[in-house]
Design a protein around this ligand. Structure first.
Ligand SMILES: N[C@@H](CCC(=O)N[C@@H](CS)C(=O)NCC(=O)O)C(=O)O
Length: 349
């Protein structure tokens, strides 16, 4: 994080002079820059303190800013910075996040009069962050912390108690298109799981299958022909109807992808701005259909948590936070399910 400090401060300074004088944002910055180790994404363990959600949301946005190598007047950065300014004000007033904004991680020990993250040793003691010895030597996951598809695999692994070395690939900076990464995954997308013999497995669902076979407990992809078929079907719905629709919005709106309209190693492909509206409509139809389905069962593919919930959670969070299509307030079943799956420790993986 420290190496990003000048860039981050430059972005904030250039983007919004008013922000510099904001004490709350200055306090976030010093906390964020204080200790890189504390920034692992963590699941919520207890209800947030007043204003805390907004505080963590700002930190998430700051992390996003750190990852974006964009000029200070970039419209996407300006939008993030505007949001930060609005949220810093919420923090000062100890107000909650407004509807439609969500956090998918919060972790904070309750300490009187302070909002502090636990130290890394405390988190390790609580079993939240594996020690190097606990990590599997056998596999490596090529991952992008903020991207939704790698998150599916991280959550799947966390549910099964699997951990391995992860290598961050910054897709905004185009690291997925580097010669080195294309040698591992010629399609230039993340995630990729590389086994100890060098075999690379791409596609989140293919990785799910491999991990389900090699680590059967707890089962996440069904246990009999019918449950396997139902979970596979619902999981596809979550990806195709949810994730792809949100990606249509995000890719065609985000300036970093103006010449990268299709993910991965595709050469220059122009974004098509009218697809943003079409994608929004598809996301809303996805929300409505999911809300209806969740009126009939606790989880996406029945009464048990499964791979379909994992892809569903990643699709909904991606759509709400990055494609900026909030879940409508009247989707009560969807909201209830979202709270439940988000509260699982794996959600912060
Ligand atoms: N269906 C693939 C999708 C992979 C994918 O599109 N990943 C995105 C990140 S979520 C990516 O690598 N994007 C690269 C780019 O934007 O160039 C999977 O499930 O693994």
């Amino acid at each position: 994080m420290a190496r990003h400090q000048p860039e981050l401060l430059g972005i904030l300074r250039g983007a919004s002079p008013a922000l510099q004088g904001n004490k709350a944002v200055a306090a976030f910055l010093s906390r964020v820059l204080d200790d890189e180790e504390r920034l692992d994404l963590m699941p919520p363990r207890r209800p947030p303190l007043p204003g805390e959600e907004a505080f963590w949301w700002c930190i998430e946005q700051l992390l996003l800013l750190c990852d974006l190598a964009r000029p200070p007047n970039d419209p996407y950065l300006l939008m993030l910075v505007d949001d930060l300014r609005a949220f810093a004000d919420l923090v000062e007033r100890r107000a909650p996040l407004p509807p439609g904004y969500r956090l998918d991680w919060t972790e904070c020990e309750e300490r009187p009069n302070s909002l502090k993250m636990p130290s890394l040793p405390q988190r390790r003691a609580a079993g939240a962050t594996p020690t190097p010895q606990q990590r599997s030597k056998a596999m490596k996951l090529y991952d992008t912390q903020l991207a939704p598809n790698p998150r599916r695999v991280r959550i799947f692994m966390a549910e099964k108690g699997i951990s391995c070395e992860t290598i961050q690939v910054n897709i905004v900076k185009g690291e997925n298109l580097s010669k080195e990464y294309l040698a591992i995954n010629p399609r230039g997308v993340v995630p990729t799981l590389v086994l100890d013999d060098g075999t690379a497995i791409d596609e989140s669902v293919a990785i799910f299958h491999y991990l389900e076979e090699t680590h059967p407990e707890p089962p996440l992809m069904g246990t009999d022909p019918l449950s396997k078929a139902r979970i596979a079907s619902r999981e596809r719905h979550m990806e195709i109807d949810g994730m792809w629709s949100a990606a249509e919005v995000f890719r065609n709106a985000h300036p970093a992808f103006a010449k990268r309209g299709i993910p991965g190693n595709q050469g220059a492909v122009d974004a098509i701005p009218p697809l943003v509206e079409r994608g929004r409509g598809a996301v809303l139809r996805f929300y409505r259909r999911l809300d209806e389905a969740l009126g009939a069962s606790a989880f996406v593919a029945g009464d048990q948590f499964s791979a379909a919930d994992i892809t569903g959670l990643c699709a909904v969070d991606f759509a709400a936070r990055f494609a900026r299509v909030p879940v409508p307030e009247d989707c009560g079943n969807l909201q209830r399910w979202h709270q439940v799956v988000l509260a699982r420790p794996s959600a912060g993986a």
